[in-house]
Design a protein around this ligand. Structure first.
Ligand SMILES: [Zn+2]
Length: 368
């Protein structure tokens, strides 16, 4: 088994990754001015503690203000959660390996035996916990923000030119209220629920250092309000595509918001059947939303997250798609856009490199 360099893995982790982990573990995290705040999951099972677990971005450390009364890092927290939620004893190396695998941070170093050794049962336990949280959350309405704020940002071409150059039309930008915020140097992307309520506002930073430190996409922080929302409990662009999905019976799921804007640009807003799950995995909540909307086929159009056929990333992606198929095939047809001929670039979304390539990939999509 390979032991990964803890500090190297830690350097690559973004605050969004930590947010995702806390969410998966049932901590119900929220972004704050200092980092993240969530319920204690360090010494108790999810749903039983108070909101006293703090994550400080500047020190990279968690502090539990009730029972633990000490500071620990994300790897130590992983081990604590594994013990409480899966009765599994993890040492530091196990925790680092788990995180490296979870976010695909090991790069070429990941070894065949590590993939084999990954305890699927352990990961499945997390799935189960996740589902429980989802059932509970389905009854909870997402917080609704004042949507007028999204209309105040600059809409002019000069600031949005990087996106216009990639093929997104001004129409699509206007239709989805994409803008530019000067004070934070971000392209602003309002997220709406199916009914058109604004449930989040995310920004794509144009500052390279910030992108490296925090990741390219993060919720906007404006006048002390953090416009965040749990990404797995909403579908980006569903407000635009819902009625078409109902009529056509098909939905296309991209990873990122920009792919939906490209889809509208190439095929017309009136033909839009796209949504984005806003991450590299789709939650069962999101799948159920699409089925409830009348989707008979859900087309998974994820990024080409592998360099070569058969490499570790490739295997991980195939495994992920197989699991999706296994989980939902009795309820809906799940098909996959899978660029096995590698006509698009590494990490590209299938729609990033133009309409022709997308249509080719779409026609050749596979059903397992
Ligand atoms: Zn604690």
């Amino acid at each position: 088994m390979t032991n990964y360099d803890k500090s190297k893995i830690r350097e690559q982790l973004t605050i969004d990754n930590i947010f995702d982990l806390l969410q998966e573990w049932g901590g119900e995290p929220e972004y704050t001015s200092f980092g993240l705040l969530c319920s204690t999951i360090c010494h108790n099972p999810p749903g039983t503690g108070s909101r006293k677990l703090y994550y400080y971005e500047n020190s990279d450390l968690f502090k539990c203000y009730t029972d633990c009364d000490c500071s620990f890092d994300i790897f130590e927290l992983t081990a604590k959660v594994a013990l409480i939620q899966s009765s599994r004893e993890m040492d530091l190396n196990d925790a680092v390996r788990y995180i490296a695998y979870r976010f695909n941070l090991a790069g070429d170093e990941i070894q065949e035996e590590d993939v084999g050794l990954l305890d699927w049962q352990y990961l499945n336990n997390y799935d189960k916990i996740n589902e429980k949280t989802e059932i509970r959350n389905q009854e909870v309405k997402l917080k609704v923000y004042d949507k007028s704020i999204a209309k105040n940002f600059c809409r002019c071409g000069c600031r949005l030119s990087p996106w216009l150059k990639e093929g997104i039309t001004q129409d699509a930008i206007d239709h989805s209220n994409i803008g530019y915020c000067f004070s934070t140097d971000q392209i602003t992307i309002p997220h709406y629920d199916r009914e058109g309520n604004m449930v989040g506002l995310r920004g794509r930073t144009m500052c390279r250092e910030e992108a490296e430190r925090f990741g390219k996409y993060r919720p906007l922080l404006l006048n002390g309000t953090m416009y965040n929302h749990p990404l797995g409990y909403n579908l980006y662009n569903f407000n635009n595509s819902f009625s078409n999905i109902k009529v056509i019976g098909k939905a296309i799921v991209f990873e990122g918001e920009k792919s939906c804007l490209l889809y509208q640009s190439y095929f017309g807003i009136e033909n839009d059947i796209s949504v984005a799950c806003c991450g590299s995995s789709i939650s069962s909540f999101q799948i159920k939303e699409l089925i409830n909307a009348g989707a008979k086929e859900i087309i998974i159009a994820f990024d080409r997250q592998f360099q070569q056929i058969g490499d570790a990333e490739f295997k991980r992606l195939v495994k992920k798609l197989e699991n999706l198929d296994k989980k939902y095939k009795n309820e809906v047809i799940i098909s996959f856009i899978f660029d096995k001929k590698m006509i698009t670039g590494y990490k590209a979304s299938p729609i990033d490199e133009g309409k022709e390539k997308f249509l080719k990939l779409f026609k050749e999509r596979i059903i397992l």
